[in-house]
Design a protein around this ligand. Structure first.
Ligand code: DP6
Length: 359
């Protein structure tokens, strides 16, 4: 008699992260090795996160994946690299409750199904691939009983999307660019956990939720090939900023934190303009938000809010505390009233948070 088909499932939830010192540019495109270190803050999963369920079954005859309910191709190198790396680390699994036993050697023959949902717009400069690949790698590692810690898993998530490696931790996270040619030391480490600076409030002003025109991957490839400013940034500017940012985070020095965050976002967008052909991720509304924050910070004497923009027009605003966040929302509502014809249409508000294992 044929063996009864069985299925084993794991669900995980991973928040996205926003870089305060940006990653822009690869020195190795296949392994996804960056030209500089970067630092990010991990967001609250209640607002911007990916939930991924991975399943393995004796009845599956191929690997398949669905993103927000629609089947997508797994043929891309990035998915295959992550799957291969986790499969190579798979261990024996014994699920007594379900009576399932999978031997290490069986993982090579078994297939997985993956269902992933984002609770925010995909590919609109809100780092959807960061949460996506981090969650995929984390869930697969649990499913296959891989014993690697989160830093080791981050080096695998990195091969899905560079920024994904930073979403394996909560709080403030540093992606160390590493030196090894095989990328084994290019991984993420937690600088401080989410409790260290818990008065910060992060507000995301969604300027536009449409998919961006130039993907980060294409944009940074063009920048590496054509921007002189990027070379200067990676070699001279970022190493110093990383040290200063680590110190600002450690000592909760908001003034330095805000100055470094805004300067780094502006330099990243300057690199985009210095790229041939130039890349425009921000729009008029983004520029108006910058002016509004700059003006307010100057009038207060010390910065109340830091802004940063990734590869899209949406603003990530980091307020010093709840009072500053409330004032910021009032100012945004005043400058961009809901009935106005600007395309600023919603705010997502959240604290920093940690990676949650829903498995
Ligand atoms: C501007 O990680 O999306 O958000 O590695 O090619 O997948 P790939 O790029 P991705 O780039 C993110 C760029 C950024 C800055 C950052 O998150 O550090």
């Amino acid at each position: 008699m044929a063996e009864k088909p069985w299925v084993r499932m794991v669900t995980a939830q991973t928040p996205t992260n926003i870089a305060v010192i940006k990653y822009w540019g690869k020195r190795d495109e296949t392994l996804i090795l960056p030209v500089n270190d970067s630092i990010s803050v991990t967001l609250d999963p209640a607002h911007l996160c990916t939930t991924t369920t991975v399943a393995v079954s004796s009845s599956f005859d191929q690997d398949r994946m669905w993103l927000n309910g629609k089947e997508i191709s797994l043929s891309g190198g990035r998915f295959q690299n992550c799957l291969r790396e986790i499969r190579a680390r798979a261990c024996d699994v014994e699920d007594e409750e379900k009576g399932i036993k999978i031997a290490k050697k069986d993982w090579e023959k078994l297939h997985v199904h993956i269902a992933s949902f984002n609770n925010f717009p995909t590919a609109a400069g809100l780092a959807s691939s960061a949460a996506g690949f981090a969650c995929l790698v984390f869930a697969l590692a649990k499913l296959m009983n891989a014993k690697e810690d989160n830093s080791e898993l981050s080096a695998i998530a990195r091969q899905g999307s560079g920024s994904a490696c930073r979403s394996l931790f909560g709080g403030f996270v540093k992606w160390i660019m590493g030196k090894a040619e095989d990328g084994r030391d290019s991984l993420a480490v937690q600088l401080v956990d989410e409790k260290h600076w818990d008065e910060l409030v992060i507000i995301i002003a969604v300027v536009c939720s449409r998919q961006k025109e130039t993907s980060s991957t294409t944009g940074m490839r063009d920048s590496v090939e054509t921007s002189l400013l990027l070379k200067h940034r990676a070699k001279e500017v970022v190493p110093k900023r990383i040290t200063e940012m680590e110190e600002a985070i450690k000592t909760r020095d908001f003034e330095s934190f805000a100055q470094l965050t805004c300067a780094d976002s502006n330099q990243f967008h300057a690199v985009c303009l210095d790229t041939c052909p130039p890349i425009f991720y921000m729009n008029d509304t983004s520029h108006r938000i910058i002016s509004c924050v700059e003006k307010w910070n100057r009038s207060e004497g010390t910065p109340q809010v830091a802004y940063t923009f990734d590869a899209g027009p949406n603003a990530v605003l980091i307020a010093h505390n709840r009072k500053a966040a409330t004032q910021l929302l009032q100012k945004l509502l005043f400058c961009f009233p809901p009935s106005s014809d600007t395309d600023l249409n919603s705010y997502v508000i959240g604290d920093k948070s940690i990676l949650k294992d829903a498995g």
